[in-house]
Write a protein that binds this ligand. Structure first.
Ligand code: NDP
Length: 324
């Protein structure tokens, strides 16, 4: 038996229980892993509250790294002792040990530690598809990213800057503003004290930006549309402040023939080749030093409920690790 953080009912962090679970031997196509680090992500809170519904009971966690302790039939490219990482369903990274589909993990290169991998697999592959595939960020672009000092935010600022863009970010405090400036952002707006759409218009001399990356959701949706230039792309990729309410599609006409997309990492890494390429691009940009990885908070895995409470109270910055 090993320990894992599980929920039996949707709700607040108090639903998260440190329980004994049976892991078993890997079936065909599976591997067994000893977790060395699990990553904390905002999506974990959506799974906990039931905003994203999953069958219960459930071991939480989509992101982690570990050492392979057993492989099932048909697994040929991964062996016992390999260091691997993943950002994928099925959930279960908040566990001392677990089973995982072998085709959903990548073997870690020497230069990427387990803790770095657990800090970036989900947030960093998300950043990869956001800057390279949802919208191809290029030199000369000015782009807007909300929650710039968060887990995805600190990676995004550096990566977009490395691609030659001018990067505008929003944050909820002055400390976060300082941190975001040190991670690629050229301009920072405190959206708790300033009207960010007006500031974006000022910064772009009324032109607006060709793309807004919005993981905040409900509170920033309307203002984000006002930041876009004609034909601009609204990338609504999360709901930290709550889900975006239904909207009139005609709004997009009135604001200049806008586009909207609601992307997920699941779709962008569904094919094995896309997963491998995304992870490789991420490891390359981190190894090159262009994107540095910040882990300002670590918690013992058994204290994951405290980590959830802090994330939802906007107390964390950058990536957060849960350590078994
Ligand atoms: P963060 O570390 O960015 O934490 C969320 C941040 O959102 C907070 O720190 C806070 O920053 C800001 N925020 C604004 N309003 C609120 C609010 N009412 N309550 C809580 N936080 C608020 O999280 P992640 O890096 O894990 O994820 C960022 C977003 O990206 C999330 O919405 C997540 O779901 C989404 N995401 C989507 C993916 C996809 O493929 N679609 C993949 C990965 C992440 P501040 O105090 O500065 O406002």
């Amino acid at each position: 038996m090993v320990h894992a953080i599980r929920i039996h009912a949707p709700g607040g962090p108090e639903q998260m229980k440190w329980e004994e679970v049976e892991v078993g031997a890997p079936g065909p196509g599976q591997i067994r892993l000893k977790t060395t680090a699990a990553g904390l992500n905002y999506i974990d809170t959506y799974h906990r509250t039931g905003l994203y519904k999953l069958p219960l009971p459930l071991t939480l966690g989509m992101e982690g790294a570990g050492t392979v302790t057993a492989v099932g039939d048909g697994v040929t490219d991964i062996k016992v002792g390999d260091r691997v990482a993943y950002a994928s369903a099925p959930l279960g990274s908040y566990s001392e040990e677990r089973l995982m589909q072998a085709d959903r993990v990548v073997v870690l290169p020497q230069g990427i530690s387990d803790q770095t991998a657990a800090a970036i697999m989900l947030k960093g592959m998300t950043t990869e598809y956001l800057v390279q595939r949802t919208y191809k960020v290029k030199p000369g672009d000015t782009v807007l990213f909300h929650a710039a000092a968060g887990g995805v935010g600190l990676l995004f600022g550096q990566w977009a800057k490395a691609l030659g863009a001018t990067v505008i970010g929003t944050v909820g405090s002055e400390d976060k503003a300082k941190l975001a400036r040190a991670h690629g952002y050229d301009h920072i707006i405190n959206y708790r004290t300033e009207n960010f759409a007006e500031r974006v218009k000022e910064l772009t001399k009324d032109a607006g930006v060709p793309v807004v990356y919005d993981g905040v959701g409900k509170d920033t949706w309307a203002g984000s549309l006002d930041c876009l230039s004609p034909f601009g792309l609204m990338v609504s990729f999360g709901n930290a402040s709550g889900p975006v309410p239904p909207f009139e599609i005609a709004t997009l006409a009135g604001k200049g023939s806008l586009y909207v997309t609601r992307p997920t990492l699941v779709t962008y890494t569904a094919k094995r080749a896309d997963l491998v390429n995304s992870a490789k691009a991420l490891f390359d940009v981190v190894s090159s030093g262009k994107v540095k990885v910040e882990v300002p908070q670590t918690y013992a895995l058994k204290d994951a409920a405290k980590a959830h409470a802090d994330l939802e109270a906007r107390k964390t910055t950058g990536s957060t690790l849960l350590l078994p």
